[in-house]
Ligand binder design. Structure first.
Ligand code: SF4
Ligand code: SF4
Length: 161
């Protein structure tokens, strides 16, 4: 009898408990600050250009070969407005093939790429998540704003003498 009452008490407690489940996709659980979502490119607000120089280091280290980058001479450097002699011209990540390992972030010397909180990019097409420079920068700006991002190393390419 006592056992039955205890069982009933547990049932009643559970009945009035706040649900812990979320009705996805209408409800979203909050993301932890250190959550690692897809990589995005960062924007240098002071100069008005990407941090990325298109150096290709991340491209070479990416274990799934899902990235590509092209570098060009930086017109802002020629005008004396930027210390970056080279700048990214085009950049692509096939986020459908990215395994979110973070190696690209670890090997980048220019704080140009960060693991964002973005994780909901389901597409029907096999290569529907090929993401270009503009989109990666747009996602990066959103992420920078969201977390109040400051370049961790304050890396500025050194002027060559
Ligand atoms: S993200 Fe970093 S490592 Fe990759 S191309 Fe740009 S500057 Fe180089
Ligand atoms: S997180 Fe890993 S798999 Fe994804 S782009 Fe970076 S290096 Fe490649």
């Amino acid at each position: 009898m006592l056992g039955n009452l205890k069982g009933l008490a547990v049932t009643l407690r559970t009945l009035f408990r706040k649900p812990v489940t979320h009705q996805y996709p209408n409800e979203h659980k909050p993301i932890e600050e250190r959550y690692m979502g897809f990589p995005v490119l960062t924007w240098d607000e002071q100069v008005g250009e990407p941090y990325c120089t298109g150096c290709m280091v991340c491209v070479r280290y990416c274990p799934t070969s899902c990235m590509s980058a092209v570098m060009k001479d930086n017109p802002l450097h020629a005008d004396g407005k930027s210390t970056r002699r080279k700048i990214v011209e085009s950049f692509e990540i096939n986020l459908g093939r990215c395994i979110v390992c973070g190696i690209c972030v670890d090997v980048c010397n220019f704080d140009a790429i960060e693991m964002s909180h973005e994780h909901e990019l389901s597409k029907y097409a096999r290569n529907g998540n090929r993401t270009n420079l503009d989109k990666l920068l747009e996602m990066g700006k959103e992420y920078q704003q969201e977390v109040g991002w400051v370049a961790p190393k304050k890396a500025e390419p050194k002027e060559e003498s």
